[in-house]
Ligand binder design. Structure first.
Ligand code: HEC
Ligand code: HEC
Length: 199
């Protein structure tokens, strides 16, 4: 399966880099509510930009709307991640593919780190909770289109990093890398209205 997704292996290391880069960024959202429920859909109409991934997924959010959305989605993600971590207790450091059922790309990543990638790498970069790509609790199913889009994106980021950014000349230090946040910046769809080519 992996060979149908070129760049996947390189993506793994770049995603891991991204997660730790992200994890050190200050956030206003580290206050998970104990009542957060990852199964609950984001209420329609609660955000001026529309629900993440809905028809309004392209709309820029005001700063205050973004803060509300971020605290709701971060709490749900933390609760989904905690649910998964409890279920894999004792196996956190085993490779993801030996702990989980349907790992096609992120092979070799320690299981607990995969959960962190889901939370801080994917969810936070897109401004969504786990339910954007999963039916929470049924993590192995591929029934949401967004999950498969995410697999394509992982491969794309791997190619960008390996075939292009790795070749950018730098004075010192590691070459630049791109990650989910580079484009998405906390939105499910990175391209807002008016961001296309001039007509
Ligand atoms: C942007 C989409 C996206 C988001 C958001 C997301 N995931 Fe995932 N998740 C994926 C993809 C893609 C895979 C499969 C990776 C692969 O094939 O290597 C996956 C796989 C998993 C798996 C492995 C399931 C199995 O048995 O194979 C678990 C567990 C999981 N995710 C939990 C979570 C949790 C918890 C959250 C929220 C904190 C979350 N995911 C958020 C895309 C996402
Ligand atoms: C080079 C820019 C770029 C990078 C990097 C990138 N994406 Fe995307 N992503 C896009 C664009 C463009 C779209 C299409 C948005 C649209 O439909 O308007 C998209 C769409 C998506 C969608 C579908 C959203 C929806 O509403 O259906 C998912 C899921 C996604 N990306 C996940 C990811 C993940 C996970 C990563 C990191 C592994 C990532 N993306 C990195 C540009 C990028």
């Amino acid at each position: 399966m992996t060979d149908r997704v070129p760049g996947a292996v390189a993506a793994v290391s770049s995603i891991v880099i991204l997660v730790y880069a992200c994890a050190t960024t200050p956030t206003t959202t580290t206050n998970p509510s104990p009542t957060a429920n990852p199964q609950q859909p984001v209420p329609q109409g609660q955000f001026p930009g529309g629900p993440p991934g809905g028809p309004g997924g392209r709309m820029p959010l005001t700063d205050s709307a973004r803060r509300v959305r971020d605290s709701v989605t971060a709490a749900r993600r933390d609760s989904g991640a905690a649910m998964v971590l409890r279920s894999i207790a004792g196996r956190e450091n085993q490779p993801a593919e030996s702990v989980f059922k349907n790992i096609k790309i992120l092979k070799g990543v320690p299981a607990a780190r995969l959960v962190n990638i889901m939370n801080m790498g994917f969810g936070r970069s897109l401004g969504v909770s786990c339910g954007f790509c999963h039916v929470p609790g049924k993590w192995d199913l591929d029934d949401k289109r967004e999950k498969n889009t995410a697999r394509i994106m992982i491969a794309m980021v791997g190619t960008i990093n390996r075939d292009y950014l790795a070749k950018v000349p730098v004075d010192s230090g590691p070459p630049p890398t791109a990650n989910c946040f580079t484009c998405h910046r906390g939105m499910p769809k990175p391209m807002g209205p008016g961001s296309g080519p001039p007509r």
